[in-house]
Design a protein around this ligand. Structure first.
Ligand code: NAP
Length: 526
């Protein structure tokens, strides 16, 4: 452990040592000390990123794929030290951390194969028509090219898969963009181990110095400097609505505004349709008790709103859910701040008009812990109070009872943008509630039938993002192969000589990339 900032291939500790790593499960400050980045170090990381961009943007897809695969290998080589460190810094159990490590490596390899396959660049060629009347048509060829240095704010709730070498870093590096990570203070030692692994992979595969840097600091100063820095060309963020919006505003107020891809709050409503609820209320309650409390509720896809039609089925569902939740032990959360926020936001939700706590948990909550809870409210009170749509990050959910279908329509119409909306129903239910399902589609990035929102597959068809406030740009995803599209922009080449074109646009199509040529999809050369 060195406790230094990583500026490309170099380590630096010009600043004051003042950052410590913390074990939320034991409430102990760990012995590791980290140095906060100075302005000069921040400048140096951005300078190196900009210089690296000139070389890195012109690496071949296969070179970048080898780099990503080498990162995955280096992460695995960290062995148990990485697993133990991440466990101690996050209070997450071994199985979860090992699973997350596998997912992190899987994401890196997914982008490596995407690069080798090549069609993600959306190469499109319209050949010249010199004899076209009244004017000749020029040869125009277009594809996606990298944006430039990307600043990644790593997430606290996935210390590996959404952090240092997580989906944002992997997709930005895959696109051809250097990355400067703003380390999350709740897992600085984990960040150091993974940053060093990325740097080793970069050196081994011949990547330019500055393709990757990682900086840490106390307070918002570093994040602000990085977002406002003229060399930064895009920002990726996962965290709170307040944090995401603060960065977004900074970015659009710059002389040169840049995109901020922020994945923020979502309460992931679940709508229980009547026939399904009637047939399976006990089983549904048990399944959802598990989903609400999975990982101490610290998932952006945690189901925070459970909506159904008033009646004995919803009552029995609520009673079983409350009893299941009451039996689940309080556990330590990711860090002190998240635990404090959870307890404050839960209390605030429970004091809103008409909200009634229906679970009871008599076990004392440990320090930095969360005691799971479930509440109930009428749709009338829910509709009258926008505060009830605020994310309570942790194991907490509210059952909303609608007196009839018309009230359910109103609840759906009033929902804010979400990462997910789930419908639990029978085939008959889906027919009867088709209008409501279509209406819900307007509010969400992912529509789930008969499942739980927790658990996000990493694949080409995944959409992890949604209308505001779930994300700042609903057209993009932060999970899955399309995440790469956030860090690339289309460039058209008009009448360009073959020697000046990227391989993907050359007549002979050396990598046999699938592309659109004069309106036809083909992987052949011209
Ligand atoms: P956060 O407070 O949003 O912070 C995330 C990162 O952004 C941190 O590195 C933080 O720096 C930085 N940051 C936040 N506001 C900033 C600002 N105004 N200017 C510059 N930098 C800023 O998220 P968190 O620390 O992970 O957790 C706090 C709360 O966020 C949770 O209680 C939960 O409500 C929510 N959360 C939501 C999700 C989700 O997926 N929806 C995930 C995680 C957390 P510092 O480290 O210096 O604070």
């Amino acid at each position: 452990m060195h406790g230094k900032n990583r500026i490309g291939f170099s380590l630096s500790n010009q600043g004051a040592t003042g950052l410590s790593s913390f074990n939320p499960a034991t409430a102990e400050i760990r012995s590791d000390q980290f140095t906060g980045a100075t302005q000069e170090e921040t400048e140096s990381a951005m300078q190196k990123a900009e210089s690296a961009f000139d070389t890195y943007r012109n690496t071949t897809p296969d070179q970048r794929a080898q780099f990503l695969e080498a990162i995955a290998d280096e992460i695995l080589n960290l062995g148990d030290e990485l697993v133990q460190t991440a466990m101690q810094e996050s209070a997450l159990p071994e199985g979860r951390i090992v699973g997350e490590r596998g997912r992190t490596m899987g994401q890196l390899k997914l982008f490596a194969s995407l690069l080798r396959e090549g069609s993600w660049v959306e190469a499109t060629i319209d050949t010249a028509q010199p004899n076209r009347e009244p004017l000749p048509k020029p040869d125009i060829r277009k594809m996606l090219r990298p944006l430039g240095p990307v600043v990644v704010f790593t997430a606290s709730n996935f210390p590996l898969a959404f952090s240092t070498a997580g989906g944002d870093t992997a997709s930005a590096l895959a696109a051809g963009c250097p990355v400067v990570v703003k380390a999350h203070n709740s897992h600085l030692h984990t960040n150091e181990l993974v940053s060093d692994a990325i740097s080793r992979a970069a050196e081994k595969t011949g990547m330019p110095d500055g393709v990757y840097s990682s900086l840490a600091a106390d307070g918002f100063g570093l994040g602000t400097t990085l977002v406002k820095h003229p060399k930064t060309k895009a920002v990726a963020f996962t965290g709170s609505l307040g944090g995401g919006m603060a960065l977004y505003k900074m970015a659009i107020e710059r002389d040169e505004p840049i995109p901020v891809f922020a994945e923020m709050g979502s309460i992931n409503p679940v709508i229980f349709l009547p026939k399904k609820l009637n047939a399976e209320k006990e089983a549904l309650a048990k399944t959802y008790a598990g989903s609400i409390t999975l990982g101490v509720g610290q998932f952006c896809t945690n189901p925070g709103l459970l909506i159904g039609l008033e009646g004995s089925d919803l009552d029995q569902f609520s009673t079983t859910l409350a009893s299941e939740i009451s039996g689940i032990q309080p556990s330590a959360m990711l860090n002190e701040g998240i635990a404090k926020n959870f307890n404050k936001n839960k209390e605030s939700s429970l004091t809103q008009n008409g909200v009634k706590l229906i679970s009871s948990n008599s076990v004392e909550t440990p320090r930095n812990g969360a005691s799971p809870a479930v509440a109930r409210v009428s749709a009338k009170d829910f509709l009258a109070n926008p505060n009830l749509q605020e994310e309570v990050f942790g194991p907490y959910s509210i059952v909303v009872s609608c007196k009839d279908q018309a009230e359910l329509d109103q609840v759906i119409a009033q929902l804010h943008g979400q990462l997910t909306i789930t419908f639990m129903g029978s085939d008959d239910d889906f027919k009867s509630f088709e209008t409501q399902i279509h209406s819900a589609e307007k509010k969400t990035g992912r529509l789930i039938y008969n499942g739980v929102p927790t658990g996000v597959e990493v694949c080409g068809s995944m959409q992890h993002g949604g209308p505001f406030p779930a994300a700042t740009d609903s057209r993009f995803t932060s999970v899955g192969s399309d995440a790469i599209k956030r860090f690339a922009r289309p460039v058209a080449y008009q009448s360009a000589p073959q020697t000046m074109l990227p391989d993907e646009l050359k007549d002979n199509n050396p990598n046999n990339v699938w592309r659109e040529v004069d309106g036809q999809r083909t992987n052949q050369g011209l």
